[in-house]
Design a protein around this ligand. Sequence first.
Ligand SMILES: [Zn+2]
Length: 347
Amino acid sequence: MGARLTRIIVLAACFAGVLALDCAAGKKSLPARPPPPAIITPEIFRFRIGFWANLHQVLIHESLLPKPGFEGPKSLAHHSVAPMANLAAPDTAPWREALAYYGRRFTTRNTFTDEFMDAVRGFTACGNDPALHTSLGLAADWKTLLGNAAPVYRTNFWPAHERADRAYVEAIRSWVAKHGAWFVKRLVALYETPWPSAPVDVEVAPVVPPFGASTIGEPPFQGSHAPLIIVSSEDSGYTGESGLEMIFHEGSHLLVDRVQGLFDASAKRQGRSMPRGLWHFVLFYTAGHVARERLGPSYVPYAERPEHHIFDGAAAGTLRVLVRAWQPYLDGRATLDSAVDAVVAGF
Ligand SMILES: [Zn+2]
């Protein structure tokens, strides 16, 4: 990671500028010195706003909105971003059919299956092209319904969604420009895992059910393992300082495998059983407290804000263990191995 992340780009313009300065100052007798290289922080994230990815996320979200006996997505529940009431009569049938299809196929639990995540990669690859790529491996009826719903979406909802997505990208870019290199360095050190050498693709959509964002990809970060983050432009938990934490929370998903393996090995060695998904609580805690280090003590991590209900119920005990046994690692007072063992011993 190091070599590529800190790659040095010498700008031709800067080089030319230094030569011009030397000439103007009449320093012809001095041996030519190479100009100081301009160091440019490489792009950490590459933000994308694609019509097809947006349409797909919006249809899942709208089909998952709460109904009697069904809670709906965690992110932006009760918030329709494509109200059927706004549609002209001829547009309602194709939109309703697409929603019904999504309603049959998606639940708040199955959006992370390989089939659906592969579809997300495919939609992202289709970008803003006028039609879905013929190579896209989707069920034929799914493709047809999307093709029918696309003009409805393009006319009625896409312009506002694209604007919201652009506003998100503009804002998060400036947060990442200011703090991103620091976060990458800190997280890479804590997880002892290199950050992907190429910029991480981030697809932006108004809604990303059920949580507001998701991430796929793992080392070696190429081909079918390439990283892809999808993030909501309208969920307030993903904007501002909180958005900075959460984009790196998502990025941490790309780094966590090694630490997750250490937890599993430690639990086996100690003959203990850990709370389900402990590694994700560790990831939440780490991203949140790293953000607090950077943003100051008044910053409250996403997971520790009551409205997000992450450390509710039994998970409150998990938070206490992490404060006691994981925080010393973040503070540099414990090694990774000893912190992992101490956390596991806490259960
Ligand atoms: Zn997560």
